[in-house]
Ligand binder design. Sequence first.
Ligand code: ASP
Length: 348
Amino acid sequence: MSETIPNVLMIYTGGTIGMINDPLTGVLKAFDFNHLSNQIPELNRLNVNLSAISFEKPVDSSEMNPEYWTQIANIVFENYESHDGFVVLHGSDTMAFTASALSFMLQGLKKPVILTGSQLPIGTIRTDGKENLITSIEIAAAKDAAGNAKIQEVAIYFEYSLYRGNRTSKISATEFEAFSSPNFPELAIAGISIRYQQVSKLEEKDLQLFTGFDNRVALLKIFPGFNAKVYESIFDFNLVKGIIIETFGSGNAPSIPHFTKLILDYIAQGGIVLNITQCSTGSVVQGKYETSSIFQQAGVIGGFDITTEAAVAKMMYALGKEKDFQKIVEILTHDLNGEMTVPSDQEA
Ligand code: ASP
């Protein structure tokens, strides 16, 4: 039986993984992805047809924004039919934001879009980049017995774990184990073989590309002693269309009358407020404590267990996709693409 060799497209956006030490100066510089197999000869032994597209000017992931996310999503969409899977090489710092954004820009994927990167440049001896890249390519090419892709969503592969992209956060600036997915299990674990886990699949939909994100979004992390006056300007509906508030525990905030009034007035003008928790595990339950019941009464939306990264991306998506207040609320209160656990899915 003839076996078709999978086509995997690598999209190089920048970040540490694509750096090598210039042998003469020792300075880190981006390497030429067209000569990738010179750097990693192991790639020639994978049973995969590899091709690569690089950002014209690779960027540190701190520079990422909706325009770059759109570029990545467009590359995947335009090459979707001709490739079996995609590997996005990306700086680790904002990889969880990009993975979240791509999960909303590219809904209904039947093929894997695997983001990976590294803590050490690929040209250094102890690099984690080689393993991350090689395994990501294997995952991007992996099919089941029926010929369907084993992973059919946006995911992050880092240090032997594959995570649902919009469930991840970067948790370490120094360890190789730089990511975690505190509220959702790994999609796969790479040991001597890659073990794909039984996790709830995403809802089946036709592939749709939507890149019209609206970044008029504010993120407010509250803290004890928080002075609402300092933040007055973000409650300006002409400037900011959606505010994400990172609250304590299960969605609680100090009972400051001025803060409450800012929220009430903002929502009355048509502003959207999403309440997410500062805790890395667990969920927002508005109204559980008196300190969060005002949110419920004011029409603040509870974000359940969504990460900050996914909340930012989802808010930009919702504001760009819909103009009607109720429709935006509808998007934010529902699990769109695996990003949050709604109460009916949770144990009581
Ligand atoms: N600053 C780099 C970036 O995120 C770090 C990395 O690549 O991991 O682009």
